[in-house]
Write a protein that binds this ligand. Sequence first.
Ligand SMILES: [Fe+2]
Length: 90
Amino acid sequence: MKSIFNILNNQSNNYSTIQNCRADIIGELEAIIQYNAHLEQTDNEKAKETINDIMLEEMVHVGQLFGLLFYLNPESKTQFEKGLNEFNYS
Ligand SMILES: [Fe+2]
C-alpha cells in the first residue's frame, strides 16, 4: 500500500520529469538552430553532409521528446493537437 508520502513524491517526480522533458525539447530546438546556422556558414561539402545528417537526427529527438511529454502529460497532447487543427495550411 502506498503512503501519502510516496504518492506525493511520485507526483513531484512526475512534475519534474515533465518540466525536464519540456526543457529538453528546447535544447533540441536550440541545437537545430545552431546546426542550421553552421550549415549555412560552410562551403565544405563533407561538413554540410555531416551537419545536415546530425540536424535531421535532432528533429527526430524533438519528436521522441514530444512523444514522451504526451505520454507523461496527455493534456499537452490535447492542446498540441488543438493547435495543429487551428493552423491554417492554405
Ligand atoms: Fe538531440
